[in-house]
Design a protein. Structure first.
Length: 224
C-alpha cells in the first residue's frame, strides 16, 4: 500500500476503533441537523464541543470546523450552522456528514500519542507534548511496536516535559500509569491493524487520575 491509497477515517469510526481497545473518549453523539445537535447536547449536558465530520476536512480547526464551550441549545444550533457555513467557505467541495457533539472535557495536561507504519521498521508508537505545543517544541519519544510495559514507561520519562507530569509546586502528579496503558493499547491496535498507516491522538488530556482522548485521526487502507 502506498500513502496515496490511504484514506482518513471519519472521526466517529475512529472513535469506534479506539473504544474496542478501551481507549477513553468523551461522551458524544453524531448530529445531522442543528435540532438533532441540540437534542444530543441536552442529553450530554453543557458545555459541549462541536466538530465537523467530513472526509474532506482533516484539520478541522483550520477549516472553521470546531466550536468549543457551547452553553445552551440555541447556541448549539447556531454553532452547527456556523460550522457548516465556515467549512463550506474554507473547503468549497467538502462533503459534510454531520457534526460530532461532545461533552467538553475538564482541563488537564495535554500530550500526543501517535503511530505510523514505517516501511523499514513496521509499526512505530510516538509519545510527546501535545496540544498547540506539538509542532513548536517537537518534544517526542518513539518506540518500535510491539511495546512492553517498560518501553511505555520509558517513553513517558524520556520527553523533556516529564518533570511537569510528575507534579509541580506541590501538585499531585498526572496519571503516568494511564499514559503508559494508552501507549500499550495503541501498540496493540497498530499490531492488530496493519492496514493503519498513521494514527494521531492529539490532544490527549491527562488528569491526576485517568485521561481522555479529545481528537482522533486515523489514516488506513481499510479499518475493520
Amino acid at each position: 500500500m502506498t500513502e496515496s491509497t490511504a484514506r482518513f477515517v471519519l472521526e466517529p469510526e475512529a472513535i469506534g476503533v479506539l473504544e474496542r481497545y478501551g481507549i477513553p473518549y468523551p461522551r458524544h453523539g453524531l448530529a445531522r441537523s442543528p435540532e438533532e445537535a441540540a437534542r444530543i447536547a441536552n442529553d450530554l449536558g453543557y458545555p459541549v464541543v462541536l466538530k465537523v465530520v467530513s472526509p474532506d476536512v482533516v484539520h478541522k480547526s483550520d477549516a472553521g470546523g470546531v466550536v468549543v464551550g457551547v452553553g445552551d441549545g440555541k447556541l448549539v444550533r447556531t454553532a452547527y450552522e456556523r460550522i457548516s457555513d465556515g467549512v463550506q467557505a474554507a473547503v468549497p467541495r467538502a462533503r459534510i456528514e454531520g457534526v460530532l457533539v461532545c461533552e467538553q472535557a475538564p482541563e488537564g495536561f495535554e500530550v500526543i500519542v501517535g503511530g505510523l507504519d514505517d516501511p523499514a521498521f513496521g509499526p512505530i508508537v510516538m509519545f510527546g507534548l501535545g496540544g498547540i505545543f506539538t509542532e513548536v517544541h517537537k518534544d517526542v519519544a518513539f518506540r518500535i511496536a510491539p511495546l512492553d510495559r517498560r518501553d511505555a514507561e520509558d517513553m513517558v520519562r524520556e520527553i523533556e516535559a516529564y518533570p511537569l507530569l510528575t507534579g509541580a509546586r506541590g501538585q499531585p502528579s498526572y496519571d503516568l500509569n494511564a499514559a503508559a496503558d494508552l501507549l500499550l493499547s495503541v501498540s496493540r491496535l497498530l499490531m492488530e491493524h496493519r492496514e493503519i498507516v498513521e494514527l494521531d491522538l492529539n490532544p490527549v488530556r491527562l488528569y491526576h487520575k485517568g485521561l481522555l482522548v479529545l481528537d482522533a485521526r486515523i489514516a488506513a487502507s481499510d479499518v475493520g
